[in-house]
Design a binder for this molecule. Structure first.
Ligand SMILES: Cc1cc2nc3c(=O)[nH]c(=O)nc-3n(C[C@H](O)[C@H](O)[C@H](O)COP(=O)(O)OP(=O)(O)OC[C@H]3O[C@@H](n4cnc5c(N)ncnc54)[C@H](O)[C@@H]3O)c2cc1C
Length: 329
């Protein structure tokens, strides 16, 4: 039996970040009859989240206060993780595969000697009871299975890797809340954030966890309007290639690929995207890939489930219009 610890990423409002509940489902499958514990770092109110965590099988929530120290600093987060692992005796730690969590996991690994797998697309126990995570590497050209050989396994799962499941509705848990203060070391605060500017609010879903993404490349020539119209019609996030971000047509946070965000939506729609290997590395795990490209030889058609050879400025408005018509009809 193992205690599996789940990092409960949350917004400053105290709202759980999307996909955290997927971790709870993965944790139950790994716990092998043991308990799932959640770690909530920060002073935001955790009580509103307890019922939903209980419905997803979390037995104990540890709220760790870092006092006046910014809990979003990754060295501070790493110390909170190490403290929680000591406190709970957890042998598995699951977290979302975000930039911040990857950095904190790396620091935790240095501090504890734990084996870490980031960007995992699946996690399970093998016949020997080892934690084994699957991930794609080398720009999506290989799939690997990594068995963690240390006493503590740290696995960072990509958003959407697991379909979250409730525990039996008849028997939701009432999570026990344990609070304590963390004595943060001086080392962890040698660099501090002096200013934060929130991004412009958007009605679109978060790119890394969206079910549908519409992606534009050089073929847009900087005009993302047809992509935005389609995205809004289907509730999709907007992504881009490096060419589009390097040209300054759209923000770098939208770049998908080896040096950008990794996405695995149920539906990826690429328009004016050639499908270069560096881009594929960040989207190849998508459920269904649709490509709109003027060049029938474009490499993206090699991996597309559905391809349209044509001018995106003609095709996308037609698709959007047809979807609108179907929705209204
Ligand atoms: C180390 C390294 C890391 C990199 N990391 C990334 C990364 O993270 N993400 C990334 O995306 N790239 C990355 N790149 C760049 C990558 O190699 C490609 O150059 C880039 O992905 C190509 O972007 P693109 O598809 O927009 O442009 P192009 O390759 O120029 O393709 C444009 C496509 O648009 C089509 N097109 C043109 N006009 C139209 C139209 N009107 N209608 C329909 N189709 C049209 C063309 O036929 C063409 O296929 C990296 C490169 C390096 C060297």
């Amino acid at each position: 039996m193992a205690t599996v610890l789940v990092l409960l990423d949350h917004a400053e409002t105290g709202a759980l970040r999307g996909n955290v509940l997927e971790l709870a489902t993965a944790a139950r499958d790994l716990a092998d009859g043991g308990e799932v514990h959640g770690l909530w770092v920060g002073d935001e109110p955790v009580d509103p989240a307890l019922p939903v965590l209980g419905r997803h099988g979390v037995a104990v929530v540890h709220q760790v206060s870092t006092g006046a120290v910014d809990a979003r600093l990754t060295p501070v987060l790493a110390e909170a993780l190490a403290d929680a692992v000591r406190e709970t005796g957890a042998t598995v730690l699951l977290a979302l595969s975000t930039f911040e969590n990857k950095e904190a996991a790396a620091r935790l690994a240095v501090a504890t000697g734990a084996g870490v797998v980031t960007d995992a697309a699946a996690v399970e126990r093998d016949a020997e009871g080892r934690v084994v995570a699957s991930k794609t590497v080398l720009a999506g050209t290989w799939t690997t299975r990594c068995a963690v050989r240390t006493d503590l396994a740290v696995v960072l799962l990509k958003a959407g890797a697991v379909v979250s499941r409730h525990v039996d509705e008849e028997a939701p848990l009432a999570p026990e809340l344990r609070t304590r203060a963390l004595a943060v070391s001086e080392r962890a605060t040698r660099a501090v954030v002096v200013r934060r500017t929130p991004a412009e609010p958007s009605d679109r879903p978060d790119l890394s966890s969206a079910d549908v993404v519409v992606v534009g490349g050089r073929g847009t020539e900087g005009d993302f309007a047809p992509l935005e119209a389609l995205a809004d019609e289907v509730g999709a996030a907007i992504g881009s290639t490096r060419v589009a971000t390097d040209e300054g047509w759209i923000g770098h946070e939208t770049q998908i690929g080896q040096t950008g965000v990794t996405v695995s939506p149920r539906l990826y729609i690429g328009a004016g995207v050639s499908g270069a290997v560096h881009h594929r590395g960040g989207m190849q795990a998508s459920g269904t890939i649709v490509a709109v490209n003027a060049d029938p030889e474009a490499p993206i058609f090699e991996i597309a489930d559905f391809g349209i050879v044509g001018d995106l400025f003609t095709v996308l408005p037609q698709v959007t219009e047809e979807l609108r018509r179907l929705r209204q009809g």
